[in-house]
Design a protein around this ligand. Sequence first.
Ligand code: XIL
Length: 318
Amino acid sequence: DGFNTRAVAAGKAYFGSATDNGELSDAPYLAGLSNTADFGQITPGNAMKWDAIEPSRGTFTYTNGDAIVSLAEKNGQKVRCHTLVWYSQLPNWVKSGGFDNATLISIMKNHITNEVTHYKGKCFHWDVVNEALNEDGTYRSNVFYDTIGPAYIPIAFATAAAADPAAKLFYNDYNIESAGAKSTGAQNIVKLVKQYGAKIDGVGMQAHFIVGSTPSQAAQTTNMNAFVALGVEVAITELDIRTTTPATAAAVTQQAKDYAATVGACKAVTKCTGFTIWDYTDKYSWIPSVFSGQGAALPWDANLKKKDEVYNAILSAW
Ligand code: XIL
């Protein structure tokens, strides 16, 4: 019994975790990640991003991404491939290249075609475009938007679909987990891609939450249903729930409830098809490096010890 066993019993495709190449030499960590009772899916935290895959123009390096895919194959886990087009972790040759519209479209298409073809048949999901929106729901200024306009998004989806028709293609973002301008913006992206005649299968809710200010289960359910009404599925793709460190006992109790709210929302929505936490242990969480003084965001602590209260709350919410 575990997270994945319960999620699958509830009709979901998987419960999974992000991971990263540097962590795989930690044997106790690897054993936990490979326990398919808990994790039926993995997401490479960095290995498939543009700066890792095509650090210079036309030079593709797949070693780290391949290592994650091989591990998943060995364990019998699905892979959410992450991510093709994102303003961050984008090499300078793209970011500051000064390319004209046609050239940047061809660079983007070449990147997507090469990477999606390399992983054809191996990616259950692809996060095709990541974080294209500002908080007010308008398009985020980045080299793709500034050079190509909003069409870069449907072009990216159409290109990915051509390279691997079987992969489910996702738009992925944060702060779209409850109703508001940014969620509406993401719904408009779904409509845009469809209007263009390209395929979009789903929207990923990153869900990088804060203990005590996580959207309620009802708010998350309503929001997911707004996406489902547009003819796409949804997935929780990067859940973690951070707090001030060291975490107090009260914070951990609240965190357990907050995790249960997101599980409950996904459970309630048939078309919420999968659920991923952004690594499973505080030992390797990205939070402390980005949000100073924050952390303790995951169900296992920095010593790889299960937080029973949090773990059991997730388990029973399925
Ligand atoms: C994070 C990784 O976990 C870190 O290791 C890296 O330094 C920065 O990126 N949203 C995303 C993920 O879509 O790709 C980010 O991953 C976390 C926020």
